[in-house]
Design a protein around this ligand. Sequence first.
Ligand SMILES: *[C@@H]1O[C@H](CO)[C@@H](O)[C@H](O)[C@H]1NC(C)=O
Ligand SMILES: *[C@@H]1O[C@H](CO)[C@@H](O)[C@H](O)[C@H]1NC(C)=O
Ligand SMILES: *[C@@H]1O[C@H](CO)[C@@H](O)[C@H](O)[C@H]1NC(C)=O
Ligand SMILES: *[C@@H]1O[C@H](CO)[C@@H](O)[C@H](O)[C@H]1NC(C)=O
Ligand SMILES: *[C@@H]1O[C@H](CO)[C@@H](O)[C@H](O)[C@H]1NC(C)=O
Ligand SMILES: *[C@@H]1O[C@H](CO)[C@@H](O)[C@H](O)[C@H]1NC(C)=O
Ligand SMILES: *[C@@H]1O[C@H](CO)[C@@H](O)[C@H](O)[C@H]1NC(C)=O
Ligand SMILES: *[C@@H]1O[C@H](CO)[C@@H](O)[C@H](O)[C@H]1NC(C)=O
Ligand SMILES: *[C@@H]1O[C@H](CO)[C@@H](O)[C@H](O)[C@H]1NC(C)=O
Ligand SMILES: *[C@@H]1O[C@H](CO)[C@@H](O)[C@H](O)[C@H]1NC(C)=O
Ligand SMILES: *[C@@H]1O[C@H](CO)[C@@H](O)[C@H](O)[C@H]1NC(C)=O
Ligand SMILES: *[C@@H]1O[C@H](CO)[C@@H](O)[C@H](O)[C@H]1NC(C)=O
Length: 425
Amino acid sequence: MSRYAAFVLFLALGIEIHVSHGIEVLVNDKDGKLCLYANLMVNFSVSYEVTGNKNETVEIELPSGAKNDESACDATSSTLKLNFGDGHSWSMNFAVKGNTYQADSITFSYNLNDSTVFPNSVLNETASVTMKPHITDVGLDTCYSCKSKDMIQSDSVNQTLWNVLIQAFVSNGSKSDNLTTCAADVPATTIAPTAAPTPTTTPTTTTAVPVTNSTSPAPPPTTTPTPTLPSPTTGKYSIKPDENSTACLLADFGLRIGFKQGDKYQEMNLDPNGTVASGSCGVNSSELVLVSNSMTIMFTFANDTKKFRLHALNVTAKPSSGVVFSEVNSNLSLWEAAVGSSYMCNKEQNYTITNLLTIFTFDLQVQPFGVKKGVFSTAEECFLDSDLSFLVPIAVGVALSFLIILVLISYLIGRRKSRTGYQSV
Ligand SMILES: *[C@@H]1O[C@H](CO)[C@@H](O)[C@H](O)[C@H]1NC(C)=O
Ligand SMILES: *[C@@H]1O[C@H](CO)[C@@H](O)[C@H](O)[C@H]1NC(C)=O
Ligand SMILES: *[C@@H]1O[C@H](CO)[C@@H](O)[C@H](O)[C@H]1NC(C)=O
Ligand SMILES: *[C@@H]1O[C@H](CO)[C@@H](O)[C@H](O)[C@H]1NC(C)=O
Ligand SMILES: *[C@@H]1O[C@H](CO)[C@@H](O)[C@H](O)[C@H]1NC(C)=O
Ligand SMILES: *[C@@H]1O[C@H](CO)[C@@H](O)[C@H](O)[C@H]1NC(C)=O
Ligand SMILES: *[C@@H]1O[C@H](CO)[C@@H](O)[C@H](O)[C@H]1NC(C)=O
Ligand SMILES: *[C@@H]1O[C@H](CO)[C@@H](O)[C@H](O)[C@H]1NC(C)=O
Ligand SMILES: *[C@@H]1O[C@H](CO)[C@@H](O)[C@H](O)[C@H]1NC(C)=O
Ligand SMILES: *[C@@H]1O[C@H](CO)[C@@H](O)[C@H](O)[C@H]1NC(C)=O
Ligand SMILES: *[C@@H]1O[C@H](CO)[C@@H](O)[C@H](O)[C@H]1NC(C)=O
Ligand SMILES: *[C@@H]1O[C@H](CO)[C@@H](O)[C@H](O)[C@H]1NC(C)=O
């Protein structure tokens, strides 16, 4: 009897070990050397429309048998892509940022035509959501480790990641033993209150501010050796139509302004701590006003039926010199995306607002219209984030060759014309 019980226990443990193992992925570069390592567990909760105008929610697990044939690495960006089941896929993009790396986006595509997973689905297509992971400031040559559960929400898909161990940009072919641990895994007592500036007003989920293993000399993300300003902290701002509603406007970004007063150019970061957000949501126009003790910034977004854009920007700054600076441009077309989706740009961007004012954004995601359930809808990524940015040099090359051919043709035609000219004389 006890032997039987032990066998059952062993079996149960065996299953338990299998289940908690998750999926392990090894991606090799073109020389056959390890360039990306991942071991993680992911669950999805997907809400979809079924017959009878109702919604059904299903739980899906990323299976350990998912295929990673489409993963790829290069020196500064890499993609982990896992295909599974009948046309479903999950991918994560990584990018190097100074002496750290981060995950820029997660895209989950699910085939609603797969009736074993989505029974009675009304739609017959592959849906796709792009979300922003909380994996930032991971030291190069370290593994990102997060055992805690991290839920990332969007309007129709919630995904939960846990037991995550990832190293992107593996150097010399072997996984590092040094870890960058997420804040959620670090016992609360060891976090110095000022060490982890959390810009969130209410940190509900595990907004992972990674803490680099203090015994390792891995590059600390806060101490940039350059004399320029450090990257601004990412702020999370939201506007509610009234106190009892969920948000109708969402904006996450780190912001820096650069401006000229006379001959002097200076830059200032917006500190989300102490910044008060206000504004309004409308049908044709929404407004976000951010007031800190050193600057006031007013963003006006326009809804042009199908697309929205940042239409006007009014920046007033009080630099330490005491002379107030103010510039307005009411004729902008920035941050464009379809109404009902959000605009996202993780890469550092600069925008010339007027000839005296430039703004710089970091980890940007905005949605000024059509926010549902208080969370960002599917993101439309900026060009620089997308995998297509490699096309730029190709396009330039094609344009140049085209120009050369054009010059050659006009030269030949010219020669011919001048020759016939001589003959007619
Ligand atoms: C996602 O999570 C939120 C909060 O827990 C919940 O209200 C919502 O129904 C979930 N959505 C899905 C698709 O599971
Ligand atoms: C993940 O999904 C599996 C199967 O749907 C479920 O048994 C498990 O409890 C889920 N885990 C979490 C953390 O949601
Ligand atoms: C769903 O797609 C299949 C082929 O992929 C097609 O034969 C079928 O008619 C479609 N059903 C609907 C309701 O669109
Ligand atoms: C915000 O600023 C106040 C006062 O400057 C400080 O006491 C507080 O710790 C800061 N909070 C964060 C999260 O940095
Ligand atoms: C930090 O790294 C050292 C080896 O470099 C390791 O012994 C130690 O366990 C690590 N600590 C944490 C908290 O990961
Ligand atoms: C890990 O950190 C130690 C110093 O604590 C360093 O000597 C070692 O080279 C690092 N290992 C890797 C793989 O980066
Ligand atoms: C919000 O709800 C509270 C109680 O539920 C109510 O007293 C208050 O009037 C509501 N406010 C608005 C703006 O609807
Ligand atoms: C955007 O504008 C169009 C036309 O003015 C309107 O029908 C639509 O409801 C607006 N969208 C939102 C989310 O306000
Ligand atoms: C929004 O714009 C449309 C057309 O541009 C106009 O018909 C409508 O009255 C406007 N709505 C509001 C609330 O201003
Ligand atoms: C810009 O903002 C400043 C301060 O908030 C305000 O005084 C000024 O009138 C605004 N300018 C425009 C054109 O809205
Ligand atoms: C706004 O910008 C457009 C194109 O960028 C330009 O044609 C138009 O003249 C500008 N209007 C004003 C008032 O500056
Ligand atoms: C603005 O961005 C461009 C490329 O996007 C870059 O070449 C330029 O140096 C940037 N300017 C500043 C002031 O950072």
